[in-house]
Design a binder for this molecule. Sequence first.
Ligand code: ADP
Ligand code: MG
Length: 449
Amino acid sequence: MQISNVNAAQLRLDLLAQLRKEHPRMCRKWFEDIEVLGISDGSIVIFLQEDVQLNYLERKCKDQFVEASQLITGRLLGVLFVNSKEVDFQNSPITPSWSGSVVTDDMLISPDYSFDNFIVGPGNQLAHAAAIAVAKKPAKAYNPLFIHGGVGLGKTHLLQAICQTAMQSNSSMKIYYVSCNGFLTQFLESVQAGEMSDFRHKFRAFDMLIIDDIHDLSNREQTQEEFFHTFNTLFQSGRQVVLSSDAPPSEIPHLEDRLISRFGCGLVAGIDPPGFETRVAIIKKKAALRHIEIPDDVSNYVAARLDQNIRQLEGAITKLQGLALLDGSLIDLAMAKTAISSGSGLINAPKHLSIQDILDVISTFYDVKLVDLLSKRRNKSITMPRQVGMWLARHHTRFSLEEIGGYFGGRDHTTVMHAIKSVNSKKTTNDQLDQDLVRLQNQLATDAE
Ligand code: ADP
Ligand code: MG
């Protein structure tokens, strides 16, 4: 094999710098673990210690690496990710002879989703402790482990952390992580191809089977049947099963009773939304992973506003990162205010909201009665929520001013216009109001999911 005459260390630095410049949002701190071995057969050969990292780069970042390699070298190079340094440089001039595998299987794990990167708080403490126990002692601690919770609360993160930890501590163990939809697809494909015995063989040979979003089995009778047998085979032979879902077993609609009882026979752990402190800690962790500095006042500001799910926190960090890059400045509070104010569009409240959705959210949020919102009463405790409701209706529905007025107790369009203007002007000076608006929009977005 020919390793061309390049300085591998320099190549590595150039490559990382190029990637950071062109794809800052993709880059992670652990990218620094990559080692450039050299150029061989028209490819930059990049070594990674961890298979999880290798798989991830191969699947998610290959094009960006190729593009960056070509830019910095001015040559039409490819990129080869490898997990072994045992390269026979002399004896094999043409074919690479890496002894390690390149991409081994069809499972994609994010290296970010490790226990180290998981912030523990009151809402996820039990799920986290159980996940650690299962990763350390598969099939000994809790079997099955069933983790449930709302969208973006860390279920996938915990499941993949179990996977990575178990793989690291026992490399001979056969571990498989798959989404329920992935399981479904593989099952249907096997049925169609008449290869059910291969399918069964594959799934029943795992020492640990981790299936994400198992609620997707809802209404899939045939797949439920197959999964039941897979589960029993694994369970009875002392293999670990880990599942996640958006609801506890008994609340998954259209799920067979026998599955409900199987799912509940180990440990069922729920995850609740993170409190303020946990959200702040998560923001800091995510920022550190991306190598960006977020001052305390900014993380507090973001955490106070985005309280529904953690994906929104990540969205905010990405947005801040983008803004900072755009004008080459550091992230500060003013920037956070632009990024996350109520009119910023960070919150993607759905388009097809009904006014009733808005009234419901307003009445719960401000603890006012629906009849009062629609009444002629004019005490401040009612007018303010009412105006906020009109503002939300104007921003998140397609109704005209007249129609909105009609819904809000038969008011005319000038009243609605006045309400919107008043909210717009107050929210620039009243931080609490701005924060409330963001949270209400969040709430509407989450309810509609
Ligand atoms: P779910 O599968 O429950 O919908 P995810 O596991 O995909 O949620 O989490 C969404 C995002 O939030 C991910 O980027 C994940 O890393 C992050 N996240 C969730 N909980 C935590 C936590 N406790 N600490 C750090 N990051 C978290
Ligand atoms: Mg998930």
